[in-house]
Design a protein around this ligand. Structure first.
Ligand SMILES: [Zn+2]
Length: 76
């Protein structure tokens, strides 16, 4: 018997569909209203890149974090 992992068990995060390609995006902050998956984010940053497939999600997450800090924009 398997229980779905939905619910408030983890708290603070949820799963959403990417607004661009409709892929499932997990561990989204529960306050997030729209989400873009890492693939679409990568595409938007560098549409011509073929390196994307060679990068792990973790690597990309680190990369984007850095980009955000450099950018210095707040979410609001
Ligand atoms: Zn996507």
């Amino acid at each position: 018997m398997r229980k779905p992992t939905f619910g408030s068990r983890t708290g603070g995060v949820k799963s959403m569909k990417c607004k661009n390609c409709n892929a499932d995006v997990h561990n989204v902050d529960e306050k997030t209203v729209s989400v873009t998956c890492w693939k679409c984010v990568a595409k938007s940053i560098n549409p011509h890149s073929l390196i994307i497939s060679d990068m792990s999600g973790e690597e990309l997450a680190r990369f984007f974090k850095k980009q955000r800090q450099k950018d210095g924009r707040s979410e609001n």
